[in-house]
Ligand binder design. Structure first.
Ligand SMILES: [Zn+2]
Length: 166
């Protein structure tokens, strides 16, 4: 256990190991497991220490692309951002109106099943570090995509970057 400083109140804080709700990803259902946290007794703030952020974001992108339920708004937005695209560029790529994309991203319209696959395909083809997994993902994960839009939680082990759904 080492010492650190709280980013919120500046008080001395402990470094502990725990789980962290990774809302900074833009997804509200991601838990990082076994991560170091700067834990402040004084104000209750917790800051994660994320050592390999690129590896983590890639694991998360893969988890979203492989999720066995239809993509919801926040997941579409996450994948678009993973590709470093703004709404206009991504809408053009998908050959849709950008207001349609905006409705998808804000859960005001359901993403169609073919568009769902297309978004995942673009992520696999253009997403940083995902190319070598294309064949396996399309063959193994795509057939398991269900028709329902259940919200799924992603758990990522922050040492191995292995992920699971719950
Ligand atoms: Zn504090």
């Amino acid at each position: 256990m080492s010492n650190a400083e709280c980013s919120a109140c500046g008080a001395p804080a402990r470094v502990i190991c725990g789980n962290y709700e990774f809302v900074e990803s833009g997804l509200n259902r991601v838990t990082l497991q076994g991560i170091e946290l700067i834990d402040c007794d004084k104000c209750g703030n917790q800051d994660p220490i994320i050592p390999h952020v690129n590896d983590l974001m890639r694991a998360l992108a893969r988890a979203v692309v492989c999720q066995p339920y239809r993509l919801q708004g926040q997941e579409v937005r996450f994948l678009r951002k993973y590709l470093g695209m703004n709404g206009e560029a991504f809408a053009r790529l998908l050959h849709i109106d950008k207001t349609t994309l905006s409705k998808w991203e804000n859960d005001r319209q359901e993403v169609g099943e073919q568009s769902d696959r297309l978004i995942r395909m673009y992520a696999l083809v253009l997403g940083e570090g995902l190319q070598q997994e294309q064949r396996q993902v399309v063959q193994d994960c795509f057939p398991r995509i269900g028709d329902s839009t259940r919200s799924v939680r992603v758990w990522i082990n922050s040492s191995t970057m292995a992920y699971s759904y719950a």
